[in-house]
Design a protein around this ligand. Sequence first.
Ligand code: HEC
Ligand code: HEC
Ligand code: HEC
Ligand code: HEC
Ligand code: HEC
Ligand code: HEC
Ligand code: HEC
Length: 353
Amino acid sequence: MNRCGLIIVLLSALFALRAFSEEPPKQAGNTQKGMRECATCHPAEAKPQAFTSMAHALESASQSGILKSHELLTFKDGNYSYRIERHGEESSYSVSNGQETVQAQIEWAFGLGKAGQTYVFRKDGNFYESRVSFYNEIDGLDFTIGARNKQPSNIMEAAGRLMSEGDKASCFGCHATNAREGHQFALDKLVPGVQCERCHGATEGHLAGIKQADKNTGSMKHLGAMSTEEMSNFCGQCHRTWEEIASGPKLGILNVRFQPYRLTESKCYDSEDSRISCTACHDPHREVDAITKDYDSKCQACHAASKPTARACRVAQTNCVSCHMPRIEIPGSHHQFTDHRIRIVKVNAPYPE
Ligand code: HEC
Ligand code: HEC
Ligand code: HEC
Ligand code: HEC
Ligand code: HEC
Ligand code: HEC
Ligand code: HEC
């Protein structure tokens, strides 16, 4: 095992089986605008979109499937004991060191929880990010990523990290829709999750224009017209852009989460070739396809003997991503991310940053 204790796992048959173990989000029937208005005319996008992780990237505590299905979650760190308890529609979060206790209602659940779910609560008018998070793989609590190596100096710090105005605007800005007015956090306007308008922009004009049969005010931007590079930056608003990662501090293995960066670093990447765009492999209106074989045709669009954009493989003709897009675990995340730096993986080779 090389530095950071990173685990590279090349899944073969098991990888394909994952498809069957994944269920759609528990509470799919959201009442967002997306479902009510857009679905009448755009059912192909709106119906499956409601079942995506992105649409549920933020939920109120009362709606969170994980909180509903876990009556009691506990965790211990030295003197500090953590409890998350369900009472009806609410979940209370408490942290105690024997002498002092901090208790608050959880307001928000961040992340659908395929990897993990982090909680946000309010105390004396301030927002805090919980110091412990739920992890699907262990079906329980562990440190929130980033909190593991920080020793709290008081009970409030043990409970969570105080969120600045900037934190609120950015966290809710990526996990919700209409969470910002300018750069300001706008709690009253916020719609949880990444909904139609978060990607497509304001829709009032579109709806009004269609009613009046006015083509000009009614038209929406055609996102499908973006180049591969533009699409990467578009998804990169939240999944982080190549530039953000390349110009920031070295992250090592942590950068595996940032697909636009990893993909751009791959030899397959071409900023003008739509066959390697995010949307060549992913439909943002559908949950990610976990069937490995389904990606073969995407690779073969360039790597096939008959279409000589790039060489074909001498080793195998199917399940390409199981070998060339390895799954990599970020320490403490209890989750394996798919490395979008498509490459030949050599045994014991260090992680290519
Ligand atoms: C009454 C029917 C109707 C409703 C309701 C409606 N649309 Fe549309 N939409 C259309 C029609 C027709 C077009 C194609 C004409 C055009 O592009 O102006 C269109 C085009 C679009 C496009 C451009 C597609 C492309 O890439 O070319 C987007 C995006 C879109 N709608 C999103 C939405 C969203 C989001 C909602 C919900 C807020 C919505 N629409 C509600 C009828 C509707
Ligand atoms: C407004 C922010 C935002 C934008 C823009 C965005 N995403 Fe996401 N995306 C998220 C968040 C947040 C999650 C995590 C959802 C979760 O599991 O809670 C996510 C998750 C995903 C997933 C994983 C779903 C799963 O099953 O775990 C895929 C695939 C994805 N996004 C693709 C895209 C693509 C492709 C684009 C561009 C067309 C895009 N995203 C644009 C915020 C965004
Ligand atoms: C720049 C946009 C951005 C910001 C800011 C952001 N997130 Fe995320 N978050 C994402 C995206 C994209 C994903 C999905 C990919 C991944 O897991 O890295 C994600 C994933 C997650 C997950 C794991 C979800 C799963 O797949 O199970 C959690 C939990 C989470 N975020 C919590 C938070 C919290 C809490 C904050 C604020 C303290 C925050 N995020 C800030 C974009 C963002
Ligand atoms: C995560 C971002 C994201 C979200 C959320 C999202 N879309 Fe899209 N949508 C896109 C992108 C990107 C495209 C262009 C797709 C492509 O190029 O294949 C698109 C394309 C479309 C199109 C045009 C399809 C075509 O065939 O040209 C329609 C209509 C549409 N979206 C409607 C919706 C509706 C309705 C919702 C909400 C229920 C929604 N979208 C949510 C990113 C998003
Ligand atoms: C050549 C195909 C391909 C392209 C292009 C691609 N992806 Fe993926 N992506 C995959 C595969 C394969 C998976 C793993 C699916 C599974 O088994 O769950 C994946 C998974 C993901 C996930 C889920 C988290 C994870 O690590 O498993 C996110 C988020 C994501 N991709 C975002 C993006 C974004 C953003 C882009 C554009 C910069 C992009 N992808 C381009 C093939 C691709
Ligand atoms: C847009 C076209 C395109 C797509 C789509 C594409 N590739 Fe590539 N790929 C290339 C090019 C060009 C090269 C570099 C020239 C060569 O090796 O033939 C390359 C190189 C590679 C290499 C050698 C990398 C190295 O480290 O030497 C592998 C392995 C590979 N691709 C696998 C894949 C797999 C697997 C997929 C699907 C997940 C894929 N490619 C999708 C164009 C593409
Ligand atoms: C069982 C694992 C495995 C699978 C599955 C697999 N490959 Fe490979 N591939 C390899 C290995 C190992 C090499 C390096 C072989 C060598 O160096 O001779 C390689 C080499 C390559 C190369 C570089 C070719 C060259 O001549 O340098 C490309 C491109 C490639 N694979 C694409 C693909 C595509 C596309 C698929 C799916 C159709 C695929 N691979 C399926 C293991 C795999």
